[in-house]
Design a protein around this ligand. Sequence first.
Ligand SMILES: [Zn+2]
Length: 399
Amino acid sequence: MIDRETIKAAKAVDMNIIFDEFNWEKDRYGRVRCPHPNHNDSTPSCTFSESRNTCKCFGCGETFDTIDLYQCLCEKVNGRVVPFYKAVEEILKLEDIAKGSGGNVAINNSSSQACGYQFGGNKSSQSNVQVTNGNNITPYEMIVGNSKLLTGYELNYLHDRGIMLYDSYVYDKKIYTAQNIDKALQTETDQNEINRLNEIKARGTFYKGIAPILKANRIQIKHNYWEGVNSIIYLVDYEADDEDDLCLDKFYMNTERHMAVQKSLDGSHTKRALGASDFNFITQELGYNKNNDIYICEGIEDALSCVMNGIKSISLNSIANLKSLIHYLSEEHALHCNERFVICFDHDGAGRKATEELKGFFEAYNQNPPKNQKYDYAALDYPQEFHDINDYWKSRVFG
Ligand SMILES: [Zn+2]
């Protein structure tokens, strides 16, 4: 649905339409306050170039095209995180509305339509009006803002799931990071302990850590303490310098520039997705296993199990995002030769239903594929006794 031409068209929309949409006023020198949500700009430090249709902030150094501007102002003014593809759609809609009103660029009344809900641009009092001040903080910003560096707590949680960020040995059902072992060996004087450490190195199973792959895929894992509960944060950040590069990338990250999955570590493992909650790709880049399969998983920890095995994966983050993935596969994904999608959803009712739905999509697509390129797909047949692919992986690590 979203191709290069559409993106170009959105970038060509008169930036003034967006300024007007958010009542983002210019001062007498034609400057605006910085639209970036993280830059609290009290005096306008952003210049607008009519010829380039971009603006540049001299406070924080950011440059904004129409799509950047729209996304930033949606977040800054309305506390609404808008995925890239949605921003493109909504900008084009704004232009339609502006043109529809007889070429009058200033739209002050029908403005809310494109954004999906009412906000404080017009003066009529709506009950669900969002307060338009620059200090509005979204739950996403709040969580990201008070997240701290990864601690041993999260690391242990991941280790329990057989997921190792750093090179590690598994010995007697315990995980030891290689660095810790080597460090201990340098200072240890007790011969028994030295023997034990050496035995772990010699007889333990070695696993390569996935931290570099996560880094390459712009996934950070963080610690968050919130209302008395520890949680692990998976922060996915696709913010690219040039969106065009991302679009042309092998995997077009169409869905969002950033998102976070927060999972409480209090035993209830309550999960919530923040930002634009959608699926994300983890494409492995270390090349230690040349595998053309892409495993489609329900959760991020399932996807990380695949990464441990050198397999590219997709985490839906919620089975509810299946529709979004199907849309992507149907309209946007560029097929690659030898590439195969492998469905590995959970062994429960929802997982089985989603498997059938996705298989149904592939089947229907392949009956009349555009450009005669068919999807190669399969459903993973892992033992029924395991609820999900991560459970299965755990049994392989610790079993
Ligand atoms: Zn700025």
